[in-house]
Design a protein around this ligand. Structure first.
Ligand code: NAD
Length: 386
């Protein structure tokens, strides 16, 4: 069994190291900060204690898992790894330096992967001599619990690297999907309207946060409403992703960020972690009740759903991933109640196109531009093949 290297012992790196160790690999987990390594170690200890209490692992198994992770501040310890996954700060310059250093240490056969959420895999791969060994392996937070992993080949990635990376992560009992090296890959691209359209409707005074959240949960069947989810992720983090996706798409109006979220972020109203976001998380704070009719809730939910379907259809149109993988990504990466393309088939594609065209003619904004693929499928009287 190959040894796995994980660079960066933050939220993601620690989770990835745990998954690899649980699957029997010896793991080298590195970080430049001693403190981060100590934190990671004690967090894993707490996680294992909970898993023992729940009867998910025995005390012996937990000890073995923890014993398989070796903590270090030096990348030289990665020399005998067969795969190294980088999960450090989201900065291309720093990532490139780490990849260059790694290439000088590991064997010819070692695969070098990045867990980046927003940077180009091609740009990272270009920093090393043997770019064909570089691939994106994108886990979701928390890595031990979220089943989805997006595998992203860069233009330089070889077939062998892609196949080996995918089959290894499959063997970790994860659900893998292959995505094109484009901004946001699948999930972080297709999910944009879940936040963006909810914010837009709030800004236009359709409904308040609690009512929009209620509509998406009660009518849409989503586990969390958009505002609850943004508060959970952190408005600073979610806003930064939106802004970077917007810029990466050459400022396509479809991905335009919202001033409401920007102001919440600027105010330090990040959400749960700061005690206040769209909602107040102070002790004793009362959560506002929804204040709209079921009919209004249905209209809100439909508008967000149509925008999500349009984004999923456009991702398919541009060959970002297969229809099956796009649906899998949204159900396994962000817990959507149904795949968006299957949902579109069920609701009627003609109805989706009509709604988008109505919004487009009302607003005259790129945001509501219907994907040509949706239009074509309706014209040919077909459905998405899943
Ligand atoms: N947090 C998420 O929800 C999430 C989800 C998927 C992917 N990602 C991606 O994963 C990566 C890490 O994100 P995170 O949330 O775990 O960040 P984090 O801030 O929790 O952890 C990053 C860690 O990397 C360490 N580090 C920084 N420079 C380093 C270097 N040169 N060598 C070794 N260690 C170094 C830091 O000390 C820190 O401990 C980013 O690329 C991010 O885009 C994050």
């Amino acid at each position: 069994m190959i040894q796995i290297g994980v660079v960066g012992a933050g939220a993601m790196g620690s989770g990835i190291a745990q998954v690899a160790a649980q699957n029997g690999h010896s793991v080298i987990l590195s970080d430049t900060q001693e403190g981060a390594l100590e934190k990671s170690k004690s967090k894993l200890n707490k996680v294992m204690t909970r898993l023992i209490e729940k009867g998910k692992v025995t005390a012996d198994e937990a000890e073995a898992i923890q014993g398989r992770i070796h903590y270090t501040t030096s990348l030289t310890d990665m020399a005998s790894c067969g795969l190294v996954i980088e999960a450090i700060i989201e900065r291309i310059d720093i990532k490139k330096t780490v990849f260059q250093t790694l290439e000088g240490l590991v064997s010819e056969e070692c695969i070098l992967a990045s867990n980046t959420s927003s940077l180009s895999i091609a740009a990272i791969a270009a920093s090393v001599q043997k770019a064909e060994r570089v691939v994106g392996i994108h886990f979701f937070n928390p890595a031990p619990l979220m089943p989805l992993v997006e595998i992203i080949p860069a233009v330089q990635t070889s077939e062998q690297t892609l196949a080996a990376a995918r089959s290894l992560i499959d063997s970790w009992k994860k659900v893998t999907v292959v995505a094109k090296d484009t901004p946001g890959f699948i999930v972080n691209r297709v999910a944009r309207p879940f936040y963006g359209e909810a914010l837009r409707m709030y800004e236009e005074g359709f409904a308040d946060f609690a009512s929009i959240d209620w509509a998406m949960k009660e009518i849409g069947g989503f586990r969390m409403g958009p505002f609850e989810l943004m508060d959970f992720i952190g408005n600073d983090v979610n806003y930064a992703v939106t802004e970077s996706v917007f810029a990466a798409f050459y400022f396509d109006g479809r991905y335009k960020p919202s001033f409401t979220q920007k102001r919440h972020s600027e105010a330090g109203w990040y959400g749960r972690k700061s005690g206040r976001g769209y909602y107040d998380y102070a002790e004793g704070a009362v959560k506002p009740e929804p204040s709209i009719s079921k009919e209004m809730g249905e209209a809100i939910c439909w508008r967000i759903l149509v925008m999500l379907i349009n984004e999923a259809a456009d991702a398919l149109n541009l060959n970002i991933a297969s229809a099956k993988d796009i649906d899998l990504a949204m159900t396994k990466g962000v817990n959507y109640p149904k795949g968006l393309l299957a949902w579109a088939n069920e609701k009627g594609l003609g109805h989706v196109v009509e709604t988008l065209d109505r919004l487009h003619s009302e607003y005259l904004e790129e945001r509501y531009r219907c994907s040509p693929l949706l239009r074509k499928i309706v014209r040919d009287n077909e459905q998405f093949e899943l």
